[in-house]
Design a protein around this ligand. Structure first.
Ligand SMILES: [Zn+2]
Length: 352
């Protein structure tokens, strides 16, 4: 529960070469990969596990660039090969991901078989064939089994990187064939520093973005150049803050809207529930007298917690209920029922 424990502060002992990787946070992972690369001991398969928007995708591309880099200081991120891998334009680099807005529901077996076919040929222009599977939990069962075969008997010069929010979403046999690296949330101080340095944001603005990002630097970077993201998150957080005082009818309408969204954008529903969890956790921590380990979400205008107290048991109950709902939705339970059930567990203040 202690948010601070999840942050990895910048490691000042890191060598200058790590700066080449251009990754904010995740310093111990970058160190491990850099050492493995230098000593020619890279695994053929990695599993990057951790929250969304903490740098998994960027680091996967950077690792892919590293093994194919033509520059002197690997990864140079400037040579032709590095640049085309970062832009997904390199013929030996393939990124698989679900495009939910285009109606895709999963990553099918054909894309794995296509990669497998190419993987047995010599790389076209680089040294390694690299396959990155973003949100690997969306692999169909057939695709997972095909991937497992590839992991069991990997061709030479192949690097496979799976990205996932939780390793439990994958077949345990797939997980056991990969070198698992656990990504951490990035500390608000690091995000604030990065945004003010790289994007010239005033510290006050950078701090709000860092807090709203909840340690997810990728979101903060996007929001630094897209006001809509910031406004949309504030609005959603405002909804969480106001729902405890809403009528049952309003709560059920909210549940129905969220269940609708589940059909077209599961990721957004997941993010919404994560936001709920973060806001209620913060209300609990403030009530328990430990506000210093929160993201100050309840200090943002329009997202404040009510002045009156909630029962501590109710707050613990809603946090457990959100977690259960997340699991039920992952297990494809009827989303309307699961979300209505959650609405019934929202704490109300004694004055409401
Ligand atoms: Zn390069």
């Amino acid at each position: 529960m202690e948010a601070k424990d999840k942050f990895v502060e910048n490691d000042t002992t890191s060598g200058e070469s790590l700066a080449n990787w251009g990754i904010i946070g995740q310093i111990s992972i970058v160190k491990q990969l850099s050492l493995a690369l230098e000593s020619d001991r890279l695994s053929h398969a990695y599993l990057f596990s951790g929250p969304r928007h903490v740098g998994k995708n960027t680091l996967a591309r950077t690792l892919a660039a590293s093994v194919n880099c033509q520059g002197n200081h690997v990864p140079c991120r400037k040579c032709n090969s590095c640049q085309r891998i970062m832009a997904t334009l390199h013929s030996d680099f393939q990124l698989l991901q679900v495009n939910e807005t285009a109606g895709q529901r999963g990553i099918g077996i054909q894309s794995i078989l296509d990669f497998q076919h190419r993987a047995y040929l010599k790389p076209f222009e680089g040294k390694y064939h690299v396959l990155v599977i973003d949100e690997a939990e969306f692999l169909t069962e057939e695709a997972s089994n095909a991937l497992l075969k590839l992991l069991e008997e990997p061709p030479p010069n192949v690097l496979i990187i799976l990205l996932v929010t939780k390793t439990s979403f994958l077949l345990s046999t797939v997980v056991s064939r990969c070198h698992v690296l656990e990504f951490q949330l990035v500390s608000p101080a690091e995000i604030t520093g990065f945004l003010s340095q790289e994007y010239g944001l005033p510290i006050s603005e950078a701090t709000i973005l860092a807090n709203l990002s909840q340690g997810c630097i990728g979101w903060a970077i996007k929001a630094a150049t897209d006001d809509n993201l910031l406004e949309s998150k504030k609005r959603r957080l405002g909804n969480v803050a106001s729902i405890s005082g809403a009528t049952l009818e309003q709560k059920f309408k909210f549940a129905a809207n969220l269940a609708d969204l589940m059909r077209t954008n599961r990721t957004e529903v997941r993010e919404e529930l994560e936001l709920w969890s973060a806001w209620w956790r913060e209300v609990l921590l403030i009530q328990l007298g430990v506000p210093e380990i929160t993201f100050n979400l309840t200090q943002i205008a329009g997202c404040e917690a009510p002045n009156s107290q909630f029962a501590t048991t109710d707050l613990i109950q809603i946090l457990n209920a959100i977690k259960e709902t997340e699991e039920l939705l992952e297990a494809n339970v009827n989303p309307v029922l699961a979300l209505e059930e959650l609405m019934l567990k929202i704490p109300v203040t004694s004055s409401a």
